[in-house]
Design a protein around this ligand. Structure first.
Ligand code: DC
Length: 219
């Protein structure tokens, strides 16, 4: 297995920005596992499936060809990079990500990627479940207000730009609560993770700080 840098944390904390910068600096592949869950949710919804029907959603996850490369996300040959970042898919993905068998299928795919080359992998359970022996584990955190502000400015989530901040914050908190309290792989901090509080810190400085932590551990 090649080295893996695990980046976990709640929504809107800036995992993508940090993971992208790390991957570029280290020459590692950047994998956004949230995009994999989003792509499955998008496909299941497109097929008109009941998102609580674990067997049906699992069939989609098993059959789908998912290709996540940086910010480009393909499922079964369709580029869904923009389509998966809407408030509707935010909600659908939280439901899909609760399903243990769907998680098991995607976790197996995520682990297989580390056979191909070194990774910076971002998500919720990378350091706790997917790669408990990851070379470096970073848990990014920030206040709820700041995370809502960042999401509102995120060009990848263009629909969020038309919503008011209170609405974004409320929806985000509801989804985070689901992610933290679900039975299957809830969002928790790995015992050996380095927690970085990014409240009030510009993304570029967070990326530099995390890169310094990683460089000190990975030769
Ligand atoms: O990181 P994101 O906002 O794109 O994640 C979308 C949803 O998928 C969110 O509800 C958390 C969930 N997720 C997860 O359960 N496990 C992961 N490894 C990544 C994302």
């Amino acid at each position: 297995m090649h080295p893996v840098i695990a980046i976990d944390g709640p929504s809107g904390v800036g995992k993508g920005t940090v993971a992208r910068a790390l991957a570029a600096a280290l020459g590692y592949r950047h994998v956004d596992t949230g995009a994999m869950y989003r792509a499955v949710a998008w496909r299941a919804q497109q097929l008109g499936l009941d998102l609580d029907d674990e067997g049906a959603v699992l069939s989609v996850a098993q059959a789908a060809v998912i290709d996540v490369d940086g910010s480009r996300v393909m499922i079964d040959g369709t580029d869904v990079s923009a389509a998966i970042r809407t408030p509707d898919i935010d909600r659908a993905t939280t439901r899909v990500a609760r399903l243990p068998q769907v998680r098991a299928e995607l976790v197996a795919r995520q682990r297989a990627l580390a056979e191909q080359g070194p990774l910076v992998m971002e998500g919720r359970d990378i350091g706790t479940v997917v790669f408990p022996a990851a070379a470096v584990k970073i848990y990014l955190d920030a206040s709820a207000d700041e995370r809502a502000r960042r999401r509102a400015c995120d060009p990848a989530h263009s629909a969020a730009q038309t919503q008011d901040l209170a609405h974004i914050a409320e929806a985000m908190q509801r989804r985070d609560e689901n992610d933290r309290t679900r039975q299957a792989s809830p969002l928790t901090i790995a015992a050996d993770a380095t927690v970085v509080d990014t409240t009030g810190v510009p993304a570029s400085r967070v990326a530099d700080e995390v890169l310094a932590i990683v460089r000190a551990r990975v030769s």
